[in-house]
Design a protein around this ligand. Structure first.
Ligand code: ZN
Length: 104
């Protein structure tokens, strides 16, 4: 995702308008119309309102409602993300993240 998209994103949890925080793990710069645009490859988005976390995986921002994230295939994909970046992801998310962590 492009970094500027952060300004437009909203937490999809019901009744949550919490502030979102972005921790970028991997990104690169693209030249678009003579401007340098930062494209984020992998990042962790956390919501200060409800405490949920969301991944950016392979440039795709995955801000889905809980029931879709708990779907087996989606969940495997997101847990693989946690495994991949576990050195840089807060312990509390790895252990008891919302809606899930690595071991729950
Ligand atoms: Zn939220």
């Amino acid at each position: 995702m492009k970094r500027w998209l952060m300004d437009l994103l909203k937490c999809p949890a019901e009744d949550c308008e919490g502030p979102l925080d972005l921790a970028v793990f991997d990104s690169h710069t693209m030249r678009v119309n003579d401007d340098d645009v930062e494209e984020i490859d992998e990042a962790l988005i956390t919501c200060g309102g409800c405490g949920r976390w969301y991944p950016v995986i392979d440039r795709i921002t995955c801000m889905l409602p809980d029931d879709m994230r708990l779907d087996e295939k989606q969940r495997k994909w997101e847990v693989a993300f946690l495994e991949r970046w576990k050195e840089r992801i807060p312990e509390e998310i790895l252990e008891k993240g919302i809606p899930f962590g690595i071991s729950q």
